[in-house]
Design a protein around this ligand. Structure first.
Ligand code: PMP
Length: 404
């Protein structure tokens, strides 16, 4: 079923060398590599079907429109949304959150109203709210965590007030790997009559997600982190909520009728999709979701879980190893520091061995502050990584350690 050699053969880049060493790609949290199937679907559409969608009477335009709308249906099925009207295509997680922050704050919040986020958010789930805070005087409240990287749920419960209008939390931390209990957290918010946005950038590629089972009001993710192309992502929103929100950007596609006196807006999902959509990107994204679905998200999750357990155990064999994030439930993201070796030095020297890891604050500076550090080295796994690659990482780290 899960034939790792066959899977790796689908990703041409994995067989290249870096400085004459086989590539060990462990930066999947930043972006994932693309299988041949995705690249071929994109090429095929450019070669055979390319035409602007939605407005054309001609054959190609209609075929491109069908492909684009079929991709929306593929996304709907993948996250089990009730209706394809609830799937808004965006440029990615960042744009999805900005869209929501802007339209939600504009229509649902007043000065002094509050949004609850957590201490482990990516900057893209902090700064859009701060922009609204500057413009409209809304206030951010922050869920703290313990030293292992578990959010403190009792503290979370105490943050609610009559001024709380939204909870916006990450599903899986891109630094600690923590899988937050979002279902439980959504139930808590709903008990206070508050809707929830979930940042699924690091969950969608790794674990099965059912937005109805979670009862998420909004769920966002990026195509490029789930083996799809860059520049395309998703905002899922319950239809009732999306109906209540005003348009985000103005332009073509999002209108019903325009006159200088009065313009009326298109229905969902087009109300939020001004301009020519990335219809080639949506084809690539749908192909990527079909690819992971064919492997089975459960199988991917089980495979990556075993790999992560193995990696944690092997990494702990290294003297002076500090791993940040030992949450009760965790995904395949491992942040670490070794002794006093600077994360940047470790990353640079690992690179010379062909090992790609990320270094720095990972767009989570408030979390770094909470941990009392400036940055980490981060290894993050994808569905194609192997225990041999983990071994190469361990040998590499040990070599760097001995150099210092
Ligand atoms: N949230 C999380 C948890 C992430 O890991 C990332 C990407 N590092 C983002 C949001 C932003 O995603 P994008 O850059 O694709 O918009």
């Amino acid at each position: 079923m899960y034939d790792i050699n066959q899977i790796r053969a689908d990703f041409p880049i994995l067989s290249r060398t870096i400085y004459n060493k086989p590539l060990v790609y462990l930066d999947n949290g930043a972006t994932t590599q693309k299988p041949r199937q995705v690249v071929e679907a994109i090429t095929n559409e450019y070669y055979n079907t390319n035409a602007n969608v939605h407005r054309g009477v001609h054959f190609l335009s209609q075929q491109a429109t069908e492909l684009h709308e079929a991709s929306r249906e593929t996304v709907r099925r993948f996250i089990n949304a009730r209706s394809a009207n609830e799937i808004i295509f965006t440029r990615g997680t960042t744009e999805s959150i900005n869209l929501l922050a802007s339209t939600f704050a504009q229509s649902q919040m007043q000065s002094g109203d509050e949004v609850i986020v957590s201490v482990m958010e990516h900057h893209s789930n902090i700064v859009p709210w701060q922009l609204q805070a500057m413009q409209r005087g809304i206030v951010l409240r922050v869920i703290p965590m313990d030293d292992e990287g578990n959010l403190l749920l009792e503290e979370y419960g105490r943050l609610f007030s009559p001024k709380t209008k939204l909870v916006s939390i990450v599903h899986v931390s891109n630094v600690l790997g923590t899988v937050n209990p979002v279902k439980e957290m959504i139930a808590t918010a709903h008990a206070h009559g508050v809707p929830v946005l979930v940042d699924g950038a690091q969950s969608i590629p790794h674990i099965p997600v059912d937005v109805q089972a979670l009862d998420a009001d909004f769920y966002v993710f990026s195509g490029h982190k789930v083996y799809g192309p860059t520049g395309v992502g998703v905002l899922y929103g319950k239809e009732d909520w999306l109906d209540k929100l005003p348009p985000y950007q103005g332009g073509g596609e999002m209108i019903q009728h325009v006159s200088f006196e009065r313009t009326t807006f298109n229905e969902l999902p087009f109300k939020f999709e001004a301009g020519t959509p990335d219809y080639i990107g949506t084809t690539g994204l749908a192909k990527a979701l079909e690819y992971v679905s064919a492997l089975g998200m459960n199988h991917i999750a089980a495979y990556e879980h075993e790999l992560t357990e193995y990696a944690l155990q092997r990494l702990m064999e290294i003297p002076d190893m500090r791993i940040f994030g030992q949450a009760r439930e965790r995904g395949g993201v491992i942040s670490f520091l070794v002794g006093h070796i600077h994360h940047f030095d470790m990353g640079t020297l690992l690179d010379r061995l062909g090992i790609a890891v990320r270094t720095g604050h990972h767009c989570a500076q408030p979390l770094m502050e909470r941990l009392g550090i400036e940055g980490t080295v981060r290894a993050s796994f994808g569905l194609y990584n192997t225990k041999e690659e983990v071994d190469a990482l361990v040998v590499g780290i040990d070599r760097v350690r001995k150099m210092f």
